[in-house]
Design a protein around this ligand. Structure first.
Ligand code: FAD
Length: 427
């Protein structure tokens, strides 16, 4: 006897929401809908890098081919290098971090989201749908949109980013206080540089060419700069961070935008006492943008009834480990594996979400915490490493392994065991 397909709604079409939609849309017995507030999918023109764990999650969600077509890898002989670490004042090499088999793997954000969106089944995504709240019953969940329409499903996954409109429903349902994004005290200048132009500028100043061929992190007091290639090496993605640690609880004025254009002069002034390598990099950014970086406190719960949070809606973090989007993809992978289970009934959804919460939350919170700590380390404020070259080198070599070596299949197996399901995984 055939049953009605499980109805799964996803709110938000960023990397996490589209990743989940792609992972679920391969299963014909599911009825999946994605609701995006914007008129089309959209990402900024900057790079995003993925660690080995995130690359495995991408592949598991059926995004591996789209990713491989666009992804940049560090050229040989540096193919396993994630980043080289240097001091900002003179670009002297401190050491490097290796991610064997993956190295630094990155894509142009807008190109990647476009490629993913093209792979979604026609009609699965609806645009101009801004979610404002949910209503839960024993047998279903309804989400309302600002255009007066609504959607009824068996489960709703909110992937609506750091400013999530639905996070409040989860926290209120759990009887917890609301969690607003908080300013971290760190701002970033971002830009893309034509790699031929940067090469010419580095040659003219006699700067080490590794700065362009190998992903770099330049470290300094209360500031650091990272570079990695995108668009098959034609562009170099630059993010230059500056932190103000004078306030224990820094505030960003609600009227001030998080992102704005920045002047070249303003950016260069922030690094006035840095060396020629850093100056040359920054001088090649024609139109820098300035980002006030916000994150979320570690949440005490990601799910309530039939509503679950994934991605930045649940655990927005400082970007210092290049791991935020990867955590959203890991969330999507586990949920896709569980929700696609043949025979899963609408009545079992709350239990499935509970298990998702139990397994994902400690890990994502760990990434949030260590991302903050990484910023302290890179900006010479770590209580143990300080600005000691040897200590920095040792701790930077291995501190990311626990993120990258995570076993996603083991997590799925643990979830299945917690649910009392057979341990083999559905295709
Ligand atoms: C400077 C910087 C560098 C970074 N670098 C990296 C990196 O190298 N690697 C990495 O892994 N991570 C990185 N990150 C983090 C990464 O960008 C995020 O973790 C990731 O993009 C979050 O994806 P998401 O899908 O959860 O949310 P988002 O990308 O924010 O997507 C949310 C979507 O929901 C939609 N939406 C919002 N509200 C509603 C609503 N009410 N109804 C319907 N739709 C709605 C939005 O329009 C949007 O499309 C970086 C972040 C920053 C700031």
């Amino acid at each position: 006897m055939s049953r009605a397909p499980l109805r799964i709604g996803i709110v938000g079409g960023g990397i996490a929401g589209v990743g989940l939609a792609l992972g679920l849309s391969r299963h014909r017995h599911l009825d999946v809908q994605l609701f995006e507030s914007a008129p089309a999918f959209g990402e900024i023109g900057a790079g995003v890098s993925f660690g080995p764990n995130a690359v495995r999650a991408l592949a598991g969600l059926g995004m591996g081919e789209a990713y491989a077509e666009l992804a940049d890898r560090t050229p040989a002989p540096w193919q396993d290098v994630w980043f080289q670490w240097r001091r900002g004042e003179d670009a002297r090499l401190l050491g490097e971090t290796l991610a064997p088999g993956v190295g630094q793997s990155s894509v142009h954000r807008a190109d990647f989201l476009d490629a993913l969106a093209r792979r979604l089944p026609f009609g699965l995504a609806r645009f101009g749908k801004r979610a404002v709240g949910v209503e839960q019953r024993d047998d279903g969940i309804r989400v309302d949109f600002t255009d007066g329409t609504s959607y009824e499903g068996d489960v709703l996954i909110a992937a609506d980013g750091i400013k999530s409109a639905l996070r409040g429903d989860v926290l209120a349902g759990l009887g917890l206080p609301q969690a607003a994004p908080r300013f971290t005290g760190t701002c970033a200048y971002r830009g893309l540089i034509d790699s031929d132009r940067l090469r010419a500028a580095l040659i003219a100043r006699g700067v080490d060419m590794a700065l362009i061929d190998v992903p770099q992190m330049l470290l300094g007091l209360d500031a650091h700069i990272l570079t990695f290639p995108v668009k098959q090496g034609r562009l170099i993605n630059v993010v230059a961070f500056v932190s103000d640690r004078s306030e224990a609880d820094p505030q960003w004025h609600p009227q001030q935008p998080w992102v704005r254009e920045a002047s070249w002069r303003e950016m260069l002034n922030a690094y006035a006492d840095w060396g020629v390598a850093a100056q040359t990099l920054l001088e090649c950014i024609d139109t820098p943008t300035h980002w006030a970086l916000h994150d979320l406190a570690q949440l005490p719960g990601y799910v309530y009834g039939r509503l679950g949070l994934i991605g930045d809606a649940a655990h927005a973090t400082l970007p210092h480990q290049g791991a935020g989007a990867g955590q959203g993809l890991e969330d999507a992978y586990l949920l896709a594996q569980l929700l696609a289970e043949p025979g899963l009934t609408a009545a079992q959804i709350p239990e499935v979400l509970q298990v998702y919460d139990r397994l994902r939350r400690p890990r994502a919170c760990g990434v949030q915490q260590t991302s903050w700590e990484a910023g302290e380390l890179y900006e010479l404020r770590d209580p143990l490493a300080g600005d000691d070259d040897a200590r920095l080198k040792v701790t930077l070599a291995t501190r990311f392994d626990w993120i990258w070596n995570y076993d996603l299949e083991d997590e799925v197996a643990r979830a299945r065991q917690a649910l009392g399901w057979a341990t083999s995984v559905t295709a």
